[in-house]
Write a protein that binds this ligand. Structure first.
Ligand SMILES: *[C@@H]1O[C@H](CO)[C@@H](O)[C@H](O)[C@H]1NC(C)=O
Ligand SMILES: *[C@@H]1O[C@H](CO)[C@@H](O)[C@H](O)[C@H]1NC(C)=O
Ligand SMILES: *[C@@H]1O[C@H](CO)[C@@H](O)[C@H](O)[C@H]1NC(C)=O
Ligand SMILES: *[C@@H]1O[C@H](CO)[C@@H](O)[C@H](O)[C@H]1NC(C)=O
Ligand SMILES: *[C@@H]1O[C@H](CO)[C@@H](O)[C@H](O)[C@H]1NC(C)=O
Ligand SMILES: *[C@@H]1O[C@H](CO)[C@@H](O)[C@H](O)[C@H]1NC(C)=O
Ligand SMILES: *[C@@H]1O[C@H](CO)[C@@H](O)[C@H](O)[C@H]1NC(C)=O
Length: 925
């Protein structure tokens, strides 16, 4: 069973275009007695028999019962908790839908009212008021693991029941939010305006089978307060809806227009007040004349900063019949939601609205810690024939044989499985249940040895009596600080009983184990003697150890002292002596005589590139070490004192992912820095180079990015004062023999020139990488490096150059180009063709998301280097397919502001700033 579906998932990840299609749908007819295909949709419905054992099927009479799913429902007992478990792909986004039609209106019973849960999170209170109405609950989730539980429980009247359960995978980053690690999205309203009939639109019109309810549907306080002059308009032309949430074309083909200048509505939002993700779906579907315009603002709800934004749909969407999808990532709304759009004074036409969606953020209640859950599942599997338990062990109501702590996430504190006919060994995983205080496994048929319980420091009570346990009675039980009750009688344990069990544990019963015996005095003596001898040996060993340590320390100190005393600038440097390059002296770099450098580089004959400050030459020192020799061309601008300061600073910086400075030369006018030689050239060569041998696959790109990001992170937060690189670009990321990346050209005069304000008043950096904010206000912060690094990430994704008039047209840089494609979710157009689809889509999105955040116009919105490192590591994990994904880590990278209200002016301002850049530093290695 398992391998084929796993393969299928892999297959789907490589072929995103087939995702979201109907064959991935799970449609369960709860209470259904057979599988069938729904003629109206072509969807396959399956009976819930394979999903649940409890509950009973109830036939219901509906006047117009044309839909098979609503001919039967499944009823559950009023007490207990009943769960359907649905398989998911971890981290994939889904729409989960449960529907309820009670159907029996003539019974004497009160209508049911009960709770619906998704995993341990409360989803909704289902309250039936109309027996014929189908109550629909929808939740948009990013699957936290490889299955989810939909649970019913806690009836306050009647008994819980359910009619259908549906799981619909969403595509790529649809419905991505900043908060998806901690919040589900509960659908509160999804309205199709201008709908021709009362019928909702769903599959197959919506390939994701969302339900778009008609604005003509009659419900209490639903779309009332309609402004006079509101008219329905529609078109038969197709609409381009490929933005982010892919609303169905049919929904976008109809709209309402406020012909008298305004559009307004009021509706109740179930479960509010609360915070919501809110979308407006807009497309110009009227053919406006040349001198006609449609411009409007939102007047209600009042939200500072948003009410003065002028919407011009066709302009915002770059064309008519194209979706424009402004949204709020997080807006707080009341139960009664009123909204209105009003045309601007200079607009010839009133506002237009095609559809809206409002989803409430529901805080995810963590599931019981998985290590506890593992043990419970093992114990449950040992049950012989009794009924199985569903869902989370602790929430919303705990399984009857466990007690949970009130922590978040909950931990198991007590297990009572006395006399349950358990067979087999006691699960060894018990050792991870470190909050356990009581364990009752007595009166079963448990066999094997007592597993390691030495970590259960909270254990007060342990009952293992009347089983078939064998092996010794562990002596560490006497060391458990809280253990007061230990019952092991009537087993087949054997061996000595440690005396401390008798002295430390208040209630200890070991009778009925014929082979258990107490230690004799004689044995005790031997033990004491043994311990003494052992302790003496240990003492000797420690003495010897500390002596050796002392000796080593002294040796090291004397060595580094002798190094520090070396006359530095004047002494010519002897490369042959290898101890100069040991760990001990890494905090000093050496003066190297010009003559030595001339020899090493054969009179500066092999030029290997051009750094930010001048030419770079290859050299081989006398000891065979290969070096990169950088001549500071602008030497005259570097005061002597300043240069020495820099060298001192640079020689203190050591990090695996920074190209190390080996030495320097300052003779007459020359200022030269000598670095370790990086055999595999620059990252730029590997991405943009024509040499196909240099090709980097996705995983190598990620690890290169990770290395470089770590190097930069060290400069930003590991150095004091922190160092801003100022010229992050692919040609400053070098690759060593093992293809590990190191950042070069950092920490040069630019960061120390506060004294030379006239120099620093010109922004330096490289065209295409330069932070527009820095350029604009001259405030240099780490966030400028972040911006440049964002550009590097975009290059890694796309394999394109950071700027080029031919490639990007009038926008001329990669940022604008990539941003619009990523926002559209157009992976195919942005991704480097040479990757040929050999990467996981989710991994790609992680990087795309963090790259876009990094090039946010405002430094404050950009992530920290550390966050970028975590995002890249997350992407690597996903790419490697490691199952254990750390949610803490991924939370950073998912902070995506892509769908915030787009402020019309923003982008253009920034682009023009960049192109006005006057200081173009030499760009190369
Ligand atoms: C999923 O998204 C991709 C990329 O935008 C798109 O090409 C594809 O058509 C989408 N799949 C469906 C079923 O909509
Ligand atoms: C219905 O389909 C499910 C899943 O394909 C299958 O496991 C089950 O046996 C089918 N049930 C019936 C009654 O055919
Ligand atoms: C939304 O904004 C509010 C107020 O700023 C904040 O408290 C909340 O954490 C944010 N996120 C969610 C998901 O509610
Ligand atoms: C649009 O232009 C036409 C002629 O060019 C003119 O007759 C008409 O009044 C204009 N309409 C508006 C709303 O300005
Ligand atoms: C806007 O639309 C025009 C014409 O339809 C097209 O040439 C242009 O590339 C579009 N611009 C963007 C940024 O999509
Ligand atoms: C378990 O022990 C730890 C450390 O003594 C304590 O902090 C914790 O509260 C205990 N847990 C329970 C459930 O008693
Ligand atoms: C041990 O087993 C015997 C016989 O099954 C039973 O009578 C006795 O009560 C048991 N002892 C304890 C302490 O449970």
């Amino acid at each position: 069973m398992a391998p084929p579906s796993y393969l299928l998932i892999l297959f789907l990840q490589f072929l995103p275009s087939v995702f979201g299609q109907a064959d991935e749908f799970v449609s369960i007819d709860c209470g259904g007695i057979s599988n069938y295909t729904d003629a109206s949709t072509g969807l396959t419905w399956i009976s819930d028999i394979g999903y649940i054992k409890q509950g009973k099927v109830v036939e219901i009479e509906i006047p117009n019962g044309d839909r098979l799913q609503y001919q039967r429902r499944r009823d559950f007992p009023a007490d207990g908790k009943y769960c359907y478990s649905l398989r998911t792909t971890e981290r994939w986004r889904y729409l989960v839908r449960a529907t309820f039609q009670y159907g029996n209106s003539n019974s004497e019973e009160p209508f049911p009212k009960f709770q619906l849960y998704l995993d341990a999170t409360r989803w909704s209170t289902v309250t039936v008021q109309d027996a014929l109405r189908v109550y629909v609950e929808e939740m948009i989730i990013r699957a936290p693991s490889n299955s989810i539980d939909v649970c019913l429980c806690c009836a306050s009247t009647g008994t819980p029941f359910i009619s259908t359960l549906e799981l619909r995978p969403l595509n790529l980053s649809m419905y991505a939010t900043d908060y998806e690690d901690d919040f589900f999205l509960k659908v509160a309203a999804r309205v199709n305006f201008g709908a021709p009939t009362k019928d909702a639109i769903r599959y197959p019109d919506d390939p994701y089978d969302r339900i778009w309810s008609s604005d003509q549907e009659k419900k209490q306080n639903y779309l009332v307060g309609v402004a006079p002059g509101t008219e329905r308009v529609s078109t038969s032309k197709s609409i381009d809806t490929r933005t982010r949430e892919y609303p169905p074309v049919k929904v976008m083909q109809t709209a309402v227009v406020g012909t008298e200048g305004s559009l307004s509505y009021r509706l109740d939002l179930e479960g509010f007040p609360g915070n919501a993700r809110a979308y407006a779906f807009l497309a110009e579907i009227e053919d406006l004349g040349r001198n006609e315009t449609r411009k409007f603002t939102m007047q209600q709800p009042r939200k500072p900063g948003y009410n003065n934004i002028v919407v011009n749909i066709a302009e915002n969407a770059n064309g008519s019949y194209t979706l424009y999808e402004p949204s709020y990532m997080n807006i707080s709304l009341d139960f009664v939601f009123s909204f209105s759009f009003v045309k601007t004074r200079d607009s010839t036409h009133g506002p237009l609205l095609n559809a809206i969606e409002i989803d409430k953020y529901v805080l995810i209640n963590p599931k019981t810690t998985s290590k506890d859950k593992t043990v419970l599942n093992r114990l449950e599997a040992m049950y012989q024939g009794s009924h199985t338990h569903d869902g989370d062990p602790c929430n919303p109501i705990s399984w009857e044989w466990v007690t949970c702590s009130t922590n978040t996430p909950p931990r198991i504190t007590k297990i009572v499985l006395s006399g349950r006919n358990l067979k087999g060994n006691i699960p060894f995983e018990l050792k991870y249940m470190d909050e356990l205080t009581e364990l009752w496994l007595d009166g079963n048929s448990l066999s094997g040895q007592i597993p390691d319980l030495s970590k259960l420091i909270n254990l007060t009570t342990l009952h293992l009596e009347n089983n078939r346990l064998t092996g010794p009675l562990p002596s560490y039980l006497g060391d458990l600080p809280n253990l007061q009750e230990l019952y092991v009688q009537n087993n087949s344990l054997h061996g000595e009983i440690a005396p401390k069990l008798l002295t430390q544990i208040g209630k200890f019963n070991y009778s009925g184990n014929p082979d258990l015996y107490l230690k004799t005095r004689h044995k005790n003596l031997k033990l004491i003697l043994g311990t003494t001898v052992g302790a003496f040996a240990l003492f000797l060993a420690m003495l010897l150890g500390s002596f050796l340590l002392l000796y080593n320390l002294r040796k090291r100190t004397s060595k580094s002292n002798s190094l520090k005393n070396m006359p530095k600038p004047s002494a010519s440097y002897a490369w042959g002596r290898s101890e100069f390059i040991t760990e001990d002296n890494l905090d000093v770099s050496y003066h190297i005589a010009l003559s030595d450098l001339e020899e090493a580089t054969q009179n500066f004959s092999k030029n290997i590139g051009k750094g930010s400050f001048g030419p770079v030459y290859y050299g081989r020192m006398k000891d065979g070490r290969e070096v990169a020799v950088k001549i500071m061309a602008e030497a005259s601008s570097h005061g002597e004192h300043q240069f020495l300061n820099e060298v001192a600073l640079l020689s203190r910086i050591h990090h695996k992912h920074l190209v190390p400075l080996i030495g320097y030369c300052k003779e007459s006018d020359q200022r030269i820095l000598v670095y370790e030689y990086m055999h595999n050239g620059t990252l730029q060569d590997h991405i943009h180079g024509s040499d196909s041998l240099k090709y980097l696959d996705w995983l190598s790109r990620l690890s290169t990015a990770e290395d470089a990001a770590k190097g930069l992170e060290y400069l930003h937060s590991g150095c004091n004062p922190s160092i801003i690189h100022r010229d992050v670009k692919t040609s400053n990321i070098l690759l060593d023999l093992n293809m590990r990346a190191k950042v070069s050209d950092f920490g040069l005069s630019r960061q120390t020139d506060e004294n030379y304000t006239h120099v620093s008043s010109v922004a330096c950096g490289t065209v295409g990488y330069l932070d527009p904010e820095y350029y604009g206000n001259q405030q240099l912060t780490e966030k400028s490096d972040i911006y440049s690094f964002g550009v590097v990430l975009l290059e890694l994704i796309s394999g394109r150059k950071p700027f080029s008039v031919e490639a990007y047209g009038p926008e001329w840089n990669i940022i604008h180009w990539a941003r619009s494609l990523i926002r559209k979710g157009d992976v195919t157009s942005i991704v480097d063709p040479s990757l040929a689809g050999n990467f996981k889509m989710e991994s790609f999105w992680r990087i795309a998301e963090v790259a876009l955040l990094s090039v946010e116009p405002h430094g404050a919105s950009r992530p920290k280097m550390q966050e970028i490192v975590l995002a890249i590591q997350d992407a690597i994990k996903i790419e490697k397919g490691s199952k254990k994904c750390n949610y803490q880590i991924s939370s950073i990278s998912s902070t995506m502001h892509l769908s915030e209200m787009r402020l019309p002016s923003n982008d253009t301002d920034i682009e023009s700033l960049e192109s006005a850049n006057g200081c173009i530093a030499p760009s190369a290695r």
